[in-house]
Design a protein around this ligand. Structure first.
Ligand code: GDP
Ligand code: MG
Length: 441
């Protein structure tokens, strides 16, 4: 899979002190493949990889970071930037109701979104009216009424007097209703077709002109893959839109649609829809989408934390000591402290991609155990840490008192350390690389 391929491509850079142009080109072509696999549209992939290549080359000339980390960071930062960084607020009306019009293909998730928006806005104390301007599908009005009722907001449906059979008239009368009855927000649901179609677009344009919306939200099914660009362009050039909502992000879509729609239209993605339920809805997070596209878990966060706190030299020294059998509890303690600096280990491990199978082991991991070990080691004298064989009974009970533990706990630690040390020495003899975390097995 992609994550493995990228990791492989990054790891070929890992041993290098500097990045050559050829290294960068090779990695960029992996990234290009990754993006295409995530269904990002070709023109967007082209401009994206060109930007990454240029930045990576600049960085290679000026910085002294680990090359692999440099490239990952550049890719991630660039993705977040193209995805629009922080999502913006809805633009509220200065006076009267804020009118939000929904547009998009049939099945994109507009009517579902109307309910979600209704609920979300209601929870913020707003009075919301949903307007049923999809008169195309036989059940569309009923569907919106059901959704409105679940969301606890009102609905404006076509009835004699407010424009039966005419979606434009229903939209107009709905917004008038919103104004006369003091609603804060009016959400206008509209009809879609299975494909882009001139008649549908014309209807959307007439609704838009009748109600002058403050926001036109284009709802895009994240599962559509490569069609995202064509559909987005058709809506941009047709009715136009001020923001995008990505729906069905709960599926296995890799999120390429987000990058495509943003890259092609420049319109911000405001919300993500993540299920059929009313509350499966949130503000769009560019950073989460970036790691979804790269399929990297929170690898980047991990790298940044590691970079800040983990002293590579110290790790190498520890590995060397292990190899020569000189690794002591004192080294162990300093390794432990390095790890502690990196934050909760559970959280750390959880950030690694592909850790699903280890969930159970993670749950069982007890952070307090580390506190106890640290307390015991701290209660030893440096001489004791260097040579456990001098630990007689009275020294052990002094250590137990000093650390607030028991002699039994001290004994256990000593036994476990000796056992772990033997194992690590055997591993080191078999070629342990510098990344080992001694004693944590
Ligand atoms: P519309 O034609 O644009 O109004 O689309 P609908 O709101 O009727 O949604 C079409 C189908 O997609 C329905 O079965 C919804 O339950 C489903 N749907 C909408 N949004 C989501 C979502 O975010 N996740 C999932 N899994 N299904 C969704
Ligand atoms: Mg609908």
């Amino acid at each position: 899979n992609l994550s493995d391929r990228l990791t492989a491509s990054f790891s070929s850079l890992r041993g290098k002190g500097r990045l050559t142009d050829a290294d960068i080109d090779a990695t960029v072509s992996e990234i290009r493949r990754a993006l295409l696999e995530a269904d990002v549209a070709l023109p967007v992939v082209r401009s994206f990889t060109a930007a990454v290549r240029e930045k990576a080359k600049d960085a290679a000339r000026s910085q002294a970071l680990n090359p692999a980390q440099q490239v990952i960071k550049i890719v991630n930062d660039e993705l977040i930037e193209v995805l629009g960084g922080q999502s913006r607020e809805i633009s509220w009306a200065e006076r009267g109701p804020t009118v939000i019009m929904l547009a998009g293909l049939q099945g994109a998730g507009k009517t579902t979104l109307a309910g979600k928006l209704g609920r979300w806005l209601r929870d913020q104390g707003k009075r919301v009216l949903l307007v049923a301007s999809d008169l195309q599908r036989p059940n569309a009005v009923t569907q919106l009424s059901v959704v409105a009722e679940r969301a606890g907001v009102h609905v404006w449906a076509p009835e004699p007097g407010n424009g039966v059979g005419d979606p434009v008239a229903v939209a107009r009368s709905g917004v008038e209703r919103g104004r006369s009855h003091g609603y804060d927000v009016v959400v206008v649901d509209t009809a879609g077709r299975l494909g882009v179609d001139a008649e549908m677009m014309d209807q959307a344009i007439r609704i838009r002109d009748a109600v002058s919306p403050h926001e036109i939200l284009f709802v895009l099914d994240a599962m559509v893959g490569q069609d995202a660009v064509n559909t987005s362009v058709a809506f941009r050039d047709g009715v136009g839109f001020t923001g995008v909502v990505l729906s069905k992000l709960d599926g296995d879509a890799r999120g390429g649609a987000a990058l495509s729609v943003r890259g092609v239209t420049g319109a911000p993605v405001l919300f993500s829809s993540t299920g059929e339920g009313l509350t499966d809805f949130e503000r769009f997070h560019a950073d989460r989408m970036a790691s979804r596209i790269l399929d990297m878990g929170d690898l980047l966060t991990l790298i940044e934390q590691a970079q800040r706190t983990f002293d590579e030299k110290e790790a190498e020294d520890a590995a060397a000591k292990l190899a020569s059998g000189e690794f002591t509890l004192e080294d162990f303690l300093s390794q432990l402290r390095q790890l502690r600096k990196m934050g909760s280990m559970k959280k750390m491990l959880g950030m690694l991609p592909g850790m699903g199978q280890m969930r159970e082991a993670l749950e069982a991991f007890d952070e307090r155990e580390v506190d106890r070990i640290e307390a015991i080691v701290c209660s030893m004298t440096p001489a004791e840490r260097r040579d456990l064989s001098i630990l007689n009974g009275s020294r052990r009970s002094r250590i137990a008192k000093g650390s607030g533990t028991s002699v039994q706990a001290v004994n256990e630690l000593v036994t476990r350390f000796e056992g772990a040390k033997k194992m690590m020495e055997a591993m080191a003899a078999g070629g342990l690389d510098g990344g080992g975390m001694p004693g944590m097995g």
